[in-house]
Design a binder for this molecule. Structure first.
Ligand SMILES: [Mn+2]
Length: 233
């Protein structure tokens, strides 16, 4: 019945599978994946196909999924003269931006899927939620991919829009909520100033930052909210 969080798998299918084995994930456990499942590594679609078969894996959207979704919808369309003529500058810019942040391996994988799997992947990405607030052993955790832009203590979580939650790094030296922990991925913890454990999970000021740099040569990290235990692959 444990609750786990991990983030920023970035196409590292082997690390993802090793992590599920390491934590001995059971059907009673829940694991929240805080976005950026895809891109950079070569196993993005493999991770997604596994996640979608597991009802106890709850995905949140990251900026990479957001960028991918509109592009994959275009790629899934039949190519006709009209569909090519209909490609707006925005769509083309979207593809270039996605490729710039490591989207190409995901596109390559996606092209190898059958039609049904392509539709399933798009549908699944469309189901990713923006944030979650969870209680565990008397503590409250706000789970979100990147952070809370334009933060105000009295601002309800459902008031933040997608751009405020998935693109910008939070202030790790600021305590957002005195009575809640903010759990985020998005930015590898080796980028946090004065981090005593670069590349490991960062815990200070009611932050739990869990992107340990998978897909960038770092580890995949995972934390059990019940016990506080950290796991690394
Ligand atoms: Mn991200």
């Amino acid at each position: 019945m444990a609750i786990y969080c991990m983030s920023d798998i970035h196409g590292e299918y082997e690390k993802y599978m090793q992590m599920l084995n390491l934590i001995e994930l059971s059907d009673d456990d829940t694991i929240y994946v805080l976005g950026d499942v895809i891109d950079r590594g070569s196993g993005s679609i493999d991770v997604l196909m596994d996640m979608m078969r597991r009802p106890n894996v709850i995905p949140l959207i990251g900026n990479h999924e957001y960028m991918a979704l509109s592009c994959l919808r275009v790629l899934s369309q039949e190519i006709t003269e009209e569909s090519i003529a209909g490609l707006s500058e925005d769509v083309i810019t979207g593809f270039l931006e996605w490729q710039n942040v490591g989207g190409q391996p995901t596109i390559d994988e996606y092209h190898k899927l059958c039609y049904t799997d392509k539709q399933d992947v798009i549908e699944y990405l469309g189901e990713f939620e923006l944030y979650k607030e969870v209680e565990c052993v008397g503590k409250t955790y706000v789970l979100v991919h990147a952070g809370l832009d334009n933060f105000a203590a009295d601002r309800p979580l459902d008031d933040y829009d997608l751009h405020e939650m998935i693109f910008n790094v939070p202030d790790y030296f600021f305590t957002y909520y005195p009575d809640k922990y903010l759990v985020t991925g998005h930015s590898p913890t080796f980028n946090i100033d004065d981090n005593p454990n670069p590349g490991k999970i960062y815990r200070a000021n009611n932050h739990i930052a869990i992107d340990c740099g998978s897909g960038l040569g770092g580890k995949l990290g995972c934390i059990c909210l019940d016990t506080g235990e950290e796991y690394y692959v």
